[in-house]
Design a protein around this ligand. Structure first.
Ligand code: ATP
Ligand code: MN
Length: 463
């Protein structure tokens, strides 16, 4: 007898096979005719398979008729064509073995219509719901697309460190890593003395693998990192996590235009794969979560992303006649409201903004000839706002050093980074894409806490 998944059992080609299925009961219905239907789910797909359990089963009265939502079972039986509409197959049970009961009174996700907020308090059980099963499968699909996309283009998958002594952005949103006893931190005067700490210096969880990816791009050409990233920013927003997954490609000999072309192809590929590989889950999101998600994604596949210089975007915003909470003028860092106006209202397609003011961007971005702007780019998409931030990197040693001095940085800890410009420097570019931002956009889910298995946000690190 073959052990198959619910996804396989739902397919017509399984008809006529004796199979074994294992999973969790979603519902039980008893018929007057002396038999019951069990809806069985094992997480392999959005749909359930219907099990026909007849009263002739030896444990029909003792077990089958007591099964409720959440109980786990092994079923063996014959896959048949289903007489009912909306499903190709059903399984006529020859044996039903119960592994674990789930008490209907106390099972926390028994009732339909539980809110997302409530489900976050039962993160250990929410993967058993339709919504979180679908999110997990689409997340898996996007992760696979990320590797496929870059591997097919001969990018090298690079593992960058999680613990680092360099603060990539100088942003001060870092989690510290230490083995000090917090009650007895050694000091030298008012300063903490790090000599006896594990790394003999302050160390942090990484906010980006970019600087390390640049090292490898400047030796191996095209690389990408894909891993957890940490930001201690206290932003309690539906789009920020303290721990998220970032994809960061870094390419030698790519200029900003090459970078934009890659970013556009990359986003389109992730969308295409989700639509092609997870059609039932995507249909579920369309019907139950966001009525516009499919049309939005299909529209994006057909659109060319608009490439717009920051300076022109400021003009557009100034002339929009919109009342923004944060006033617009040249030099500001754009807020979500500005980004969403541009991509959703004004242009109604993804927008790649580029050539941002030098003062609001990090030290490593390439300075333009005007001296005022840098070769930065942000990709904005309808529904979410920014999902990618990237740039062409400054490859000229003297300009880079001057830029760092202008920003008040100490050059000493970055000598290794400057060496990449001292010895065989090359033009190069890269970007970072937040996996969870992509998932918001793919699924139409409203809160980033609901597209990662175990969200870490201010005050939350359970499970
Ligand atoms: P934002 O302005 O939205 O905070 P950022 O400018 O800090 O983003 P970058 O430093 O450019 O973002 O990071 C690259 C990408 O990583 C972003 O485009 C976004 O997709 C993702 N990202 C950044 N911060 C977070 C976060 N706290 N939670 C989830 N994703 C994030
Ligand atoms: Mn941020």
């Amino acid at each position: 007898m073959e052990r198959i998944s619910v996804a396989q059992a739902r397919k017509e080609e399984s008809i006529g096979k004796e199979v074994q299925l294992q999973g969790w009961v979603r519902t039980r219905r008893d018929s007057k005719g002396g038999f019951s239907f069990l809806e069985l789910n094992d997480g392999t797909c959005q749909g359930n398979v219907q099990i026909l359990a007849e009263a002739t089963l030896p444990n029909y009265e003792t077990d089958v008729k007591k099964l409720g939502t959440g109980a786990s079972v092994t079923v063996t039986g014959l896959v048949k064509q289903s007489p009912a509409k909306g499903q190709a197959t059903e399984v006529q049970a020859k044996n039903v073995t119960v592994h674990g009961w789930a008490d209907a009174e106390t099972y926390p996700i028994q009732k339909k219509g539980a809110t997302m907020e409530f489900l976050r308090t039962v993160s250990h059980l929410r993967p058993r719901t339709n919504t979180f099963g679908a999110v997990a499968r689409v997340r898996n699909c996007a992760s696979r697309s990320i590797h496929d996309f870059f591997q097919e283009r001969d990018f090298l998958y690079l593992h960058t460190p999680i613990i680092t002594a360099s603060d990539c952005e100088g942003a001060g949103e870092l989690f510290k890593v230490t083995t000090f006893d917090l009650d007895k931190v050694p000091r030298q005067g008012p300063q903490i003395d790090f000599h006896s700490d594990f790394f003999s210096k302050p160390a942090f969880l990484t906010v980006s693998g970019q600087l390390q990816a640049e090292i490898f791009a400047c030796a191996l050409g095209k690389v990408y990192t894909f891993g957890p990233t940490f930001r201690a920013e206290n932003s309690n927003t539906p789009r920020h996590l303290a721990e998220f997954w970032m994809v960061e490609p870094e390419m030698a000999f790519y200029d900003l235009n090459d970078n934009m072309t890659l970013a556009e192809a990359f986003i389109k590929r992730i969308i295409q794969d989700a639509l092609a590989r997870c059609p039932d889950d995507m249909k579920f999101f369309q019907e139950r979560i966001d009525k516009e998600v499919l049309s939005r994604l299909e529209h994006i596949l057909k659109s060319e992303f608009l490439r717009l210089p920051y300076t022109e975007a400021i003009e557009v915003l100034l002339q929009s006649g919109e009342q923004f909470e944060f006033p617009v003028k040249w030099g500001i860092d754009l807020q979500t409201e500005h980004e969403r106006y541009l991509t959703e209202k004004k242009f109604q397609r993804p927008v790649i903004l580029f050539d941002y003011p030098r003062a609001i961007k990090p030290f490593y971005m390439r300075v333009n000839d005007d001296g005022k702007t840098v070769r930065a780019m942000d990709v904005l998409v309808p529904g979410v706002g920014e999902i990618i931030g990237g740039s062409q990197r400054e490859e000229r040693l003297d300009v880079l050093e001057q830029n760092m001095k202008d920003k008040g940085m100490s050059l000493e800890p970055y000598q290794w980074y400057l060496d990449l410009r001292r010895f065989g420097t090359v033009p190069h570019s890269g970007f970072g894409l937040g996996l969870e931002r992509v998932l918001l956009f793919l699924t139409g889910m409203a809160n980033i806490r609901d597209v990662i298995p175990f969200p870490r946000t201010p005050g939350n690190a359970e499970f």
